[in-house]
Design a protein around this ligand. Sequence first.
Ligand SMILES: NC(=O)C1=CN([C@@H]2O[C@H](COP(=O)(O)OP(=O)(O)OC[C@H]3O[C@@H](n4cnc5c(N)ncnc54)[C@H](OP(=O)(O)O)[C@@H]3O)[C@@H](O)[C@H]2O)C=CC1
Ligand SMILES: CC(C)CCC[C@@H](C)[C@H]1CC[C@H]2[C@@H]3C(=O)C=C4C[C@@H](O)CC[C@]4(C)[C@H]3CC[C@]12C
Length: 294
Amino acid sequence: MALLKALVVFTGIFLAVYFYSAGDVFEPAMLKGKRVIVTGASSGIGEQMAYHLAKMGSHILITARTEEKLKKVVAQCTHLGAASAHYIAGSMDTMTFAKLVVHKAENLFGGLDMLILNHIGHTYFGYFDGNIDHVRDLLEINVLSYATMTVAALPMLKKSNGNVVVVSSVAGKIGLPLTVPYSTTKFALDGFFSSLRMEFIQQNIDVSITLCIISYIDTDSALKTVSGVIQQPAAPKEECALEIIKGGALRKREVYYQYHATKIPLLLRDWAPELLQSLLLKNYNMDNFQRKEV
Ligand SMILES: NC(=O)C1=CN([C@@H]2O[C@H](COP(=O)(O)OP(=O)(O)OC[C@H]3O[C@@H](n4cnc5c(N)ncnc54)[C@H](OP(=O)(O)O)[C@@H]3O)[C@@H](O)[C@H]2O)C=CC1
Ligand SMILES: CC(C)CCC[C@@H](C)[C@H]1CC[C@H]2[C@@H]3C(=O)C=C4C[C@@H](O)CC[C@]4(C)[C@H]3CC[C@]12C
């Protein structure tokens, strides 16, 4: 009898896990013909996301400040099989530009399926220098432009039951040294977008919001800034870019990449904060530290 009970329970758990994860299967075809904006796509993870989307056959609009780099990324996207690829150059420190990007997508595509918010403004990797004006400027670029673009894109995203994908960081969930202004902006994204997600659910607005919690990635800018100081290895940007797109397409609440480097610290955060603190500090080799502009 006990064996039968155990068997029933086991089968129940197996079926629950099977059917729960069945909806979790990603197919590149999910992005075919979809109309996508990627910000900060002239380099790093944003550039890699544009290439993945191109291979999947999406319509892509990319943006950043450097026109020369954007032209090259667009050419490569076309070569890789994008349904169409366009760029618009400008800086996200002006909210009129943030809105302009969304309006350009509307004019080009007549709608929008996915908004990938990924750009970050320049900052420094070093002890907080007391400059509040820099924190304010960074909040404009890293947070308010994200909110502005989301507001501008919402009518289109409601029509398509689309996705907002927000690229954040472990530094947006856990306080870390040497990135005070940056970390401030990434925590703010959690506040804005996690609250907005709850409001969408209450109002039956079928637009998903995916917050991506990313650890140390091997982009040129990250390697230039922190190698020597950070002890852990950097994860590959290509795989990171794909995991972000998958999370958005599957309408996940949050993406954790790399899983172990983000989930384990997050589990410790609330239950063993002092242990986490001492483990994290061991990860920084301050003998090699020099303040750097990012
Ligand atoms: N690399 C890492 O270790 C980690 C990265 N992340 C997150 O991943 C995302 C991408 O990072 P990563 O690829 O490393 O960064 P990169 O430095 O490679 O890319 C940043 C992008 O933002 C653009 N950008 C910079 N300033 C502005 C501006 N004022 N207005 C508009 N665009 C601007 C840059 O282009 P241009 O200069 O031409 O404007 C570039 O395209 C970020 O959100 C970051 O926080 C999270 C955790 C770890
Ligand atoms: C197990 C983890 C909790 C350990 C801490 C991981 C630390 C070392 C990781 C996590 C988040 C990372 C920073 C980040 O998010 C984004 C950028 C912007 C990029 O242009 C320059 C590098 C920088 C500052 C990364 C530096 C390394 C950080 C602090």
